[in-house]
Design a protein around this ligand. Structure first.
Ligand code: CA
Length: 483
């Protein structure tokens, strides 16, 4: 029997809103919403194109316009992002001056929780302060600075890139106030108000009808590539799709910051982690030089992550792959390259062929502590976890000596009941954790992958006619969990 994958997550006493809207109704809604948006579009255009009007418009008008537009076309615009852009645009325009500030004033889709929550957007007063304190960096300012010249000389030597090329390209960099702002840690006072960890809330933002629907579209149009890559690497095509879905909503949200500006700012106008960003910057310049890409043309997140899988440049250099065989690696515009690169990242970080990431178990906090659980590596085995008192929920098709880790996901339901779900994680889960060290992140990716499999009715499986001609190639992703 094929076990419904997301039944794994059904023990919590709540019904996730994400599953309330069936796929069909989501699709129906998406065809209906095309008929009405003209007045909203006009209002949105005014807001986007006329900063003065936008600044004077009542906040309720701005909110209503953006919210109704977002309802019509949910992924076209994120109200929170546009509100934030509206708030900071004056500051960005003032500080950028003649530079145009196209990145900051565009409808840049946010990349992190900090950007997604309107409550955390820049207040107008803050924006005014910013406009006074922002560095008045001109286009060519960076290459005139001695530390930048010294850095470029070392990159030139280390990577074998002509200094003239580096100087010419870096001369186009501009200071990016938002890159600095969004990478600056919040004051400690805020930490007191940090709410308890709640996987239910986290999951709701990442695993919902829209992301499942678009994920199935993504899989349908990339099915050949996904199957080929899964066959080559043994990494689940559902998991690769889920990571791309979580990271960039399948390419709709890759960030509109100029990566060059972001990395130059964080390397030379921001003292915290400057060495890290300088290293990423040199990877980025190296990649652009080798791939014959103009650095200034590449867009990504405020911190320099780019493409479908939001790779930092060093990861792109290390794990980027050419998925369509044209000799270039373009993880921004080419979905095959994005898929191949994410799969290769997971493979290189130990994804075991055909394995699922998570299996539900019963456990306790005492067992979690006694087994030294909590890291990102599989430091136990299935047998040792069972010996410590972990008991499977349903089938656990893993060998006793299989490397494993115990995973805890605390949650708080609407009625304030609290609990912790426990899972046995395999090396596949550990590989996802190398993408992002958070159990919540990796579990949300896993859940989205399971939903994609379930709701696409196992789209990754080869058609029976082809499959019958094949020998015992291990099925990956989909069919392994059968008892
Ligand atoms: Ca390619």
């Amino acid at each position: 029997m094929h076990t419904a994958p997301f039944a794994l997550f059904s023990r919590r006493p709540y019904t996730p809103t994400t599953r309330a809207a069936p796929l069909e109704s989501a699709r129906a809604a998406s065809s209906v919403r095309r008929f009405a948006p003209v007045p909203t579009l006009v209002a949105l255009f005014v807001l986007a194109a006329a900063p003065d009007l936008r600044a004077q418009a009542p906040q309720s008008f701005v909110t209503t316009t953006l919210t109704s537009y977002a309802a019509l076309e949910p992924t076209a615009v994120d109200p929170a992002a546009v509100l934030r852009v509206a708030d900071v645009s004056n500051a960005a325009e003032a500080s950028a001056g003649a530079q145009g500030a196209t990145t900051e004033t565009s409808l840049a889709k946010p990349q992190t929780a900090a950007e997604k929550h309107p409550a955390k957007t820049t207040k107008p007063e803050e924006a005014k302060k910013r406009s006074k304190s922002a560095k008045n960096t001109t286009v060519s300012d960076y290459v005139e600075r001695a530390e930048v010249q010294a850095y470029l000389r070392s990159v030139s030597e280390e990577k074998g890139i002509p200094y003239e090329w580096l100087e010419r390209e870096v001369a186009l960099a501009r200071y990016s106030p938002l890159s600095e702002k969004y990478t600056t840690p919040k004051p400690k006072a805020d930490k007191k108000r940090t709410p308890d960890k709640n996987f239910i809330l986290y999951e709701r933002n990442l695993v919902n009808a829209e992301r499942i629907d678009r994920g199935i579209d993504f899989m349908e149009r990339n099915l050949e590539t996904l199957r080929r890559v899964e066959k080559d690497t043994g990494v689940s095509g559902y998991a690769v799709t889920a990571i791309i879905g979580v990271e960039s909503i399948y390419g709709r949200n890759m960030g509109r910051f100029r990566v060059l500006d972001a990395l130059m700012t964080l390397s030379f106008d921001y003292t915290r982690r400057a060495n890290y960003y300088r290293s990423e910057l040199s990877s980025f310049l190296d990649f652009c030089y080798r791939q014959d890409v103009a650095p200034v043309s590449v867009t990504g997140s405020f911190a320099g992550a780019l493409g479908l899988g939001q790779f930092m440049p060093a990861s792109l250099n290390a794990y980027g792959r050419d998925g369509d065989g044209d000799g270039k690696i373009d993880i921004v515009k080419n979905e095959a390259d994005g898929i191949a690169s994410v799969a290769n990242f997971l493979l290189e970080h130990g994804w075991p062929r055909g394995k699922r990431p998570l299996y539900p178990v019963n456990a306790t906090e005492a067992i979690f502590k006694a087994t030294n659980s909590g890291g990102i590596h599989t430091n136990a085995t299935v047998a040792s976890l069972l010996a410590a008192g972990v008991t499977p929920v349903g089938a656990l098709p893993l060998a006793p000596d299989e490397k494993a880790m115990l995973v805890n996901l605390p949650w708080i339901a609407k009625d304030n009941t609290r609990g912790v779900d426990y899972y046995i994680g395999t090396d596949a889960f550990s590989a996802i954790l190398r993408y992002n060290r958070s159990y919540f992140y990796a579990a949300a990716v896993t859940l989205l992958a399971y939903e994609l499999e379930e709701q696409s009715k196992g789209i990754m499986r080869e058609p029976p006619a082809e499959a019958s001609g094949q020998t015992a190639a291990a099925p990956s992703g989909g069919t392994v969990a059968k008892p």
